[in-house]
Every structure is written in C-alpha cells, then in structure tokens.
Ligand binder design. Sequence first.
Ligand SMILES: NC(=O)c1ccc[n+]([C@@H]2O[C@H](COP(=O)([O-])OP(=O)(O)OC[C@H]3O[C@@H](n4cnc5c(N)ncnc54)[C@H](OP(=O)(O)O)[C@@H]3O)[C@@H](O)[C@H]2O)c1
Length: 161
Amino acid sequence: MNAIVAVNEQWGIGANDALLVSIPPDLKRFRALTMGGTMIVGRKTLKTFPGEAPLKGRENLVLSRDRTFQLPGAIVCGSVEEVLEAVKEKDPESVFVIGGESVYRAFLPYCRKVYVTQFCGGEKADRFFPNLDEDPLWQQTEVEPWQEFEGISFRYTLYER
Ligand SMILES: NC(=O)c1ccc[n+]([C@@H]2O[C@H](COP(=O)([O-])OP(=O)(O)OC[C@H]3O[C@@H](n4cnc5c(N)ncnc54)[C@H](OP(=O)(O)O)[C@@H]3O)[C@@H](O)[C@H]2O)c1
C-alpha cells in the first residue's frame, strides 16, 4: 500500500479537524490517483468529506473503535489488523492510506511509497505526518517543480522506502 498526504514545511497536515489549506489541483490529482482503488481513512478525516460521506468511485475502509458505528457505502474496520486482512488480496498499488495523523502513523510501516504534496504556509498545525526527511528508511526519489495556485506555492514529491 501507499500513502498520500499534503504537508507544510513542518510536516503539518491539519488543524481544528480540517485541512490547513485547500489546493484544488492537488485535490484533483488525489482523486485521479485514488480513483478505482481502496482508501484507508480515519473516522475523523471522513467527517471532513463533503456530506460526511464516503468518496465515490473508491472503496472506503473507515477505521473506528466504535463497534456501533456504521456508514452506508463504507466498510468500517475496528483495527489495523482488520484493515490488513481486508486488503491482503488487493494490488498494493491500488490501496491508499489517506489519513489523518493517527491512521498515517498506524499504517506507515506497511507503506512502500508516500505521495507527498509539499506546500508553503497554512495556519499552525495540530496534526502532523511523520517527518520522512529525518527517517533513514525513506528517500525522496522524485521532486516536481514548485507551482502556484491562488497564492499558495506547492510541489509534488515522492518518497520511497
Ligand atoms: N493534509 C492531508 O493530506 C490530510 C489528510 C487527511 C487528514 N488530514 C487532517 O488530519 C486531521 C485528522 O487526523 P486525526 O489523527 O485527528 O484523526 P483520524 O486519523 O482521521 O481519525 C482518528 C479516528 O480513527 C479511528 N482510529 C484510528 N486508529 C485506529 C485504530 N488503530 N483502530 C481503530 N480505529 C482507529 C478512531 O475512531 P473512533 O474515535 O471512531 O474510534 C480515531 O478517533 C484533520 O485535521 C484532517 O484534516 C490531513
């Protein structure tokens, strides 16, 4: 499986249960990369989706420890092990860990690649992705040029284990 995330200079990913910034071209790329595949998402991040609903065209595996939690169109998993069981027959390239912080941390050991969109700025974060630049297991293997969208500078990078 692979992870996909947008981080600021401090590897911040969110604040007050929301994204730090919204970069429409990045969201479009996220959609294209994940379409037709399986996404692993935490219950809190799913609540930030439009209508608090699963994303269309993809299998949504939602993590929650609440055994009574149900969501039409999603598969609720109660543990990391339950998710690993659910994806074991799938093409690993089609399985994406999409956050938030607790889910990234739980599944990073199972990821081979991380699609990292780096952006500048955003408000002060209270949720973070592990800093892959400080982790000798991970190398940055691809870096695209900086782009700008409505005043926000961002670039696409890839990290591989
Ligand atoms: N920048 C980005 O690319 C990006 C992407 C995604 C999210 N985010 C941001 O990340 C923040 C949310 O992150 P978060 O860490 O607070 O929440 P989260 O990871 O989205 O969801 C946490 C919830 O997931 C469930 N969970 C987590 N680990 C579990 C496990 N091992 N077994 C069973 N259930 C588990 C629990 O649900 P229950 O409480 O129901 O038990 C937990 O409360 C938001 O600010 C969001 O905007 C940013």
